[in-house]
Write a protein that binds this ligand. Structure first.
Ligand code: MSP
Length: 514
């Protein structure tokens, strides 16, 4: 079995999770589940980024110790993962000893190799972004952009990592690995960024300025720059498992350049380790055209949507709506449109009809198909086409299109039912009508089985529930499950299943706000 190692970014433990964090976990989970269905052994890591200025400041604001604060916030992120049915196999916290030890070992190694040196630094520092700024960061009028918050000039001794030394290596690596970053056009942006000379990276913060971090092993009065600490989580979590390099680090576009596309591969290379095989970069959920973010405005609380509509409706919406790599505006109206038209009316309707008619006309036992006419041939041909597209679409992260195609097939199945009108056939005693009736019951049930197999990585619980009411236990080979067959012959179906209930009107007008 092929092993597949995938990670999400680790979330800052300085506030509650919002829809953007939830999306990244769901997207990564959909990939992880898809890879498992394809037969891989998947290691799936997520976690929380618990050191640094922002976390220290948030803890102070609440008047509690940073450790107590991050314990609380990390627990919230872990609870979110459970609620979203994220199939992660590990959850790393950067305050755990297993992580801190690896960070210190790597720092010591790089220091011993001469990759880290001490120098005096004078510069303009943004507390909010925890970074030194450059002249080119200024606005035309000389002031600093709003996103940097308060900026002050400081002079201090610090430790620097020789980033510049590896600039040519990184350019060469990107050129020789054109698929390092998905989507591809982002790789060009990184190469564009690398046309300017890199500066060495300041990787220390004096303790007087920041206490909450990992002490440098060779200078205990300094703590490690939070990005240098955080990036190493992907490695520290698997150091004893032999799983490095990761197949994918999944991240949002805001943390590609420079942390993941520049610091990270260079840090690894300087340690003699290979870079991740690829970075998967998703876009942002927007609200009113701006990135949904706690620091800039209102955010959508994923849990309130899950409570109201169920976890699979939430997962379905995120994956159906977002084209991986691009941005998407979040609105409750759009959520409701997809919920009602695609889940409740389309898929939900097919489930209801299948169960209801099998119960009414076949005493709940699915018959075998006996007739193949144009109506059946057309539906099967549509499935053949859909089936052929599914795996390549998912392998290319085009999950939204894979879902769309599947839903077209569900729509066609509902149209097939309209055409066959089993409720009319059921009233006739003519043997030809009875044969058509049995055929239509078998066909709609088989089509439903296939559709929910195709949605399995997106809506895992719904797939389980629908298979259960169809009296069906899928085999271990997911790809084999995608073939049109006669798998449901004789299956005993349940009389009903409520899957996507109509939302109650008052809640439907104001869900989702944190
Ligand atoms: N702690 C760093 C990541 C360190 S990884 C070694 C961080 N944390 S974060 O909490 O700000 O963001 C975590 C992830 O959520 C990032 O990949 C980020 O892009 C993603 N999102 C945060 N807001 C988002 C949206 N509005 N939309 C989609 N994803 C966004 O960055």
């Amino acid at each position: 079995m092929k092993s597949f190692y995938i990670t999400t970014a680790i979330d800052y433990a300085n506030g509650s999770p919002h829809l953007g964090h939830a999306y990244e976990k769901v997207l990564t989970d959909v990939i992880a589940r898809f890879r498992r269905q394809m037969g891989d052994t998947v290691h799936f890591l997520t976690g929380t980024d618990e050191h640094g200025q922002k976390v220290q400041a948030s803890a102070r604001k609440q008047g509690i110790e940073p450790q107590a604060y991050v314990d609380k916030v990390s627990a919230e992120f872990q609870a979110l993962c459970a609620r979203l049915e994220i199939s992660n196999t590990d959850f790393i916290r950067t305050t755990e000893p297993r992580h801190k030890q690896v960070v210190r070992d790597i720092l010591q190694k790089l220091f011993d190799q001469g990759e880290i040196y001490e120098a005096e630094y004078r510069g303009f520092y943004s507390t909010r972004q925890e970074q030194f700024l450059q002249e080119k960061d200024r606005l035309p009028d000389g002031s600093w952009p709003e996103i940097f918050g308060e900026v002050s000039e400081i002079v201090e001794k610090n430790y620097f990592f020789r980033l510049k030394k590896y600039q040519e290596w990184l350019i060469e690596h990107l050129n020789s690995h054109p698929d390092f970053i998905f989507p591809k056009y982002r790789q060009k942006q990184v190469l564009e960024f690398l046309k300017e000379p890199l500066n060495d990276l300041c990787i220390s913060r004096p303790r007087e300025r920041l206490e909450w971090g990992i002490a440098l092993p060779f200078a205990e009065n300094y703590v490690t720059y939070v990005w240098f600490d955080a990036l190493l989580n992907y490695y520290s979590a698997v150091v004893d498992k032999g799983l490095w390099p990761a197949d994918f680090n999944v991240i949002g576009k805001d943390i590609l350049v420079p942390p993941h596309a520049v610091y990270w591969p260079i840090m690894l290379h300087a340690c003699g380790l290979p870079p991740p095989k690829a970075l998967l970069v998703h876009g942002w959920w927007l609200q009113g055209g701006a990135k949904m973010s706690k620091s800039t405005g209102e955010v959508v609380n994923p849990l309130s949507l899950v409570d109201q509509f169920g976890v699979d409706a939430f997962r379905y919406f995120l994956i159906r709506e977002m084209n991986v790599g691009q941005d998407s505006e979040f609105t409750v109206e759009q959520f409701l449109v997809r919920y009602n038209s695609e889940l409740a009316n389309n898929l939900g309707n097919l489930v209801n009809r299948t169960l209801n008619m099998a119960t009414r006309f076949a005493a709940g036992v699915l018959p075998a198909a006996e007739v193949t006419e144009d109506a059946e041939r057309e539906l099967q041909a549509l499935w053949t086409k859909t089936h052929a597209e599914l795996v390549p679409l998912c392998e290319g992260f085009q999950f939204h299109t894979a879902i769309e195609r599947t839903m077209v097939f569900v729509t066609a199945t509902n149209a097939y039912i309209e055409k066959r009108a089993p409720w009319k056939l059921g009233k006739s005693e003519a043997p030809a009508d009875q044969a058509l009736l049995r055929t239509s019951l078998a066909t709609m049930a088989e089509a439903l089985r296939l559709a929910v197999a195709a949605l399995q990585h997106v809506t895992p619980s719904t797939t389980v529930k629908i298979n259960a009411v169809l009296g069906y236990t899928p085999g271990p080979d997911w790809r084999a499950e995608l073939a049109w067959g006669a798998k449901l012959n004789g299956a005993k179906v349940a009389p009903a299943l409520v899957l996507f209930p109509r939302p109650t009107p008052p809640a439907a007008t104001a869900p989702g706000k944190a």
